[in-house]
Write a protein that binds this ligand. Sequence first.
Ligand SMILES: C[S@@+](CC[C@H](N)C(=O)[O-])C[C@H]1O[C@@H](n2cnc3c(N)ncnc32)[C@H](O)[C@@H]1O
Length: 269
Amino acid sequence: MDPAVLPILVCPRCRTAAPFAHLRHPRCHACGLEPTERSGVLDLIDVAIGGEPTASSTEQRLMESDLVARVYERLWRPTFVRLLAGKGAGAAVGGISGELFIHKHSLSLDDRPGPWLDLSCGPGAFVRALAAAAPGALVVGLDISRAMLDVAAQRTSGYSNAVLVRADAHALPFVDGAFGGVNNAGALHAYDDPELVFREIRRVLRPGGIYVGSTFAEAPSLVGRLAARAAGIRRFDTSELRAWLQRIGFADYEDVRLGDAFVFRVRRP
Ligand SMILES: C[S@@+](CC[C@H](N)C(=O)[O-])C[C@H]1O[C@@H](n2cnc3c(N)ncnc32)[C@H](O)[C@@H]1O
């Protein structure tokens, strides 16, 4: 794990900045919290505050299953994206998924030094893509699911600039202005309180930092609408999302549609 993450962390219990001296056997110098660091994942869920998080939806319970985490990238994600967003969402650009391509380019990796946060990273496809594209920058993958992070840890072990953290997107364990960019693919629908997550993303971005997300749009097709309703998946209206992000203090909203999904980009002024 890259020790470059140490200065941007905050203690999940007492919110002290840069709480740990090292990543092996970390201990907060202010409150004594000793989070676990196991198999390449720094676990910053403070069970003393709220206990182990309990999944509030069926989808999230599935995201915490070892089996789903293992088959997620090859089987689960493509199947559900196809079902919920139609064929167009799976478009490829130059041999890689169009979504990955758009995320990478929207973050403008070459114009800023990072660090980069992949929020709700799942098994780490975007962490690997960012870590390979920006080898000199720190890339932090964060998720709440232990199963997803265990798979991400196996698949990112060859990337010395990647760090994996277990935490809740509603209370990010990072100092203000820690990141040059936040990537957030396919997870907005999973949050209990997206407003709180947007505010946290804005807080951890430095001025000029970029937030790139993707999620499901309002579906015109009956199959898409029924599939979303059956799975309890929230869909977002692009003009509402633009107004919402502007109200929170993001600027320069842009989006690109991929079937019945879309990728959006905003900037923290
Ligand atoms: C559909 S997956 C997307 C994974 C990955 N970003 C991708 O595009 O393949 C949604 C992810 O959001 C994570 N998630 C859900 N609620 C979360 C929360 N409150 N904090 C952090 N991650 C969360 C889930 O564990 C899951 O890995």
